[in-house]
Design a protein around this ligand. Structure first.
Ligand code: ARG
Length: 466
């Protein structure tokens, strides 16, 4: 069949070239954006007198019917069309005759595809933000439940200082909060209307770009028509933000994998978010966390794809840019799926208070508190640090822990030790003393939870969520 763009050539291409060139397989998911974008364009053509009001109304009605026919399944999308833009225009023309051919006045597929992709990205960003909020809420719930569970905090994956599980969980809420904010920042740059840039140079018609931007809920209109059709920074930026989200989920996943191992046994994942082994009957595997960790590589790949596609492209539109969509869609789909699964996994996860405490008791994680005790008795920190280090070495040699050393044994290291030291190195007390802002004490974690809840309720208002 001859193409709509036949003219300069016969418009007959080999089926091999057709398959290679076509994007309808993946860009059909933007049919809603394409049609609403076209409705705004038809409205502008009528409002500016480029076509008559009556023609404009008929085009808008025709487009609106196409939209509801696709929605209802009455109109299947033809996979043989080159792309979704051509499909909609072809159906419109088959239904309205010559009038349908007027829709493409004062625009090009170049600004049309940029418009559709921006509209699609904008709404997906909001949906990802909603999912991030749900995950934050699930993590906050757990932090509240486990705010006084004492566990070892780690550096270098070595037991470092006692913390609460609630404190550790709230760390992820901070990360996810930045992810939400980052997406809001990206949305500012996504939400710029390119329509009216036309092929690249603008148009001779007296169009009203503000009209279309306004109808479609854009904050502004792109300032340069070449940039309007060439820019895919917003795809790079969105995929960067999605990569950072995945990096955060991947770190969280890694901890969940560790915590649910027999070596740690800090948490137990629910049966509904774990799998068994086909050969080893004892296995309960954290596949969901592992898959999220694995899919992080995939989203990084999506980012690298678009960066590499754009690198070295001359202005303005090049067909290479059609490669922007599969990586964008894949990144969006992957992140949404990961967030849903992660939220379910976290909400149904249970922490084990005894095992956390047991681990906390074994690693001399109150040695800093022992040194601080001597500092309070008048020693400079470096000297106190050295004495505490020697005491730890002695404990390791004799198979003791700081709590089981007698006061006489302590006095061999310093006369400053009195029996009140035991209170100072009590793990629960070590946690409760850390009342500094953002610290690990229960009171401080409670503050973090309250602040996070407030931030989330403000965010929900901003996103117009219930
Ligand atoms: N399917 C194309 C894309 O996704 C639409 C734009 C085509 N423009 C063109 N001049 N061939 O990029």
């Amino acid at each position: 069949m001859s193409k709509m763009w036949a003219g300069r050539t016969e418009g007959v291409t080999s089926s091999l070239a057709d398959d290679f060139n076509s994007s309808i397989r993946f860009d059909q998911r933007m049919y809603r954006e394409d049609i609403t974008g076209s409705m705004a364009h038809a409205g502008m053509l009528g409002a500016t007198g480029i076509i008559t009001e009556d023609e404009s109304d008929k085009l808008i009605d025709g487009l609106s019917e196409i939209l509801s026919d696709i929605d209802s399944g009455k109109l299947p999308i033809n996979p043989d069309c080159e792309d979704i833009h051509m499909f909609v225009e072809e159906v419109l023309t088959s239904r309205l005759g010559d009038l349908g051919k007027k829709l493409h006045t004062a625009r090009s597929r170049n600004d049309q595809v940029a418009l559709d992709t921006r509209m699609y990205t904008r709404s997906e960003i909001t949906s990802i933000q909603e999912k991030l909020i749900s995950l934050c809420e699930a993590v906050i719930d757990k932090a509240e439940e486990y705010k006084d569970y004492v566990m070892p905090g780690y550096t270098h994956l070595q037991r470092a200082q006692p913390i609460t599980f609630g404190h550790q969980l709230m760390c992820y809420v901070e990360m996810l909060g930045r992810d939400i904010a980052r997406l809001s920042d990206a949305k500012v740059r996504v939400n710029v209307s390119p329509i009216g840039s036309c092929a690249l140079a603008g148009t001779t018609y007296h169009t009203d770009r503000g009209y279309e931007a306004n109808k479609l809920g854009f904050d502004s209109v792109s300032g340069n028509s070449i940039d309007g059709v060439s820019d895919r920074d917003f795809v790079c930026e969105t995929l960067s933000d999605l990569s950072i989200i995945m990096m955060h989920l991947s770190r969280f996943s890694e901890e969940i994998v560790l915590w649910s191992s027999w070596e740690f046994k800090f948490v137990e994942l629910s049966d509904s978010f774990t799998t068994g082994s086909s050969i080893m009957p004892q296995k309960k595997n954290p596949d969901m966390a592992e898959l999220v960790r694995g899919k992080t590589g995939r989203v990084y790949g999506d980012l690298i794809t678009i960066l590499t596609v754009l690198k070295g492209l001359p202005l303005a539109y090049n067909k290479d840019m059609q490669e922007d969509k599969e990586c964008l869609f894949d990144g969006i789909d992957t992140v949404k799926m990961c967030l849903d699964v992660f939220t379910g996994m976290v909400s149904s996860m249970k922490a084990n208070r005894e095992n956390m405490l047991l681990a906390a008791q074994k690693g001399f994680i109150n040695a800093t508190d022992l040194a601080d005790y001597l500092v309070r008795k008048g020693l400079p920190f470096r000297s106190a640090y050295k004495i505490s280090g020697r005491i730890v070495a002695k404990c390791i040699e004799t198979g003791k822990v700081l709590e089981t050393m007698t006061i006489d044994e302590y006095k061999e290291f310093s006369e400053l030790f009195e029996s009140d030291l035991y209170q100072e190195i009590d793990l629960k007390n070590c946690v409760d003393k850390r009342i500094s802002e953002g610290g690990t004490s229960v009171s401080s974690v409670e503050k973090q939870i309250a602040q996070a809840k407030e931030r989330i309720s403000n965010l929900k208002k901003g996103l117009e969520l219930k």
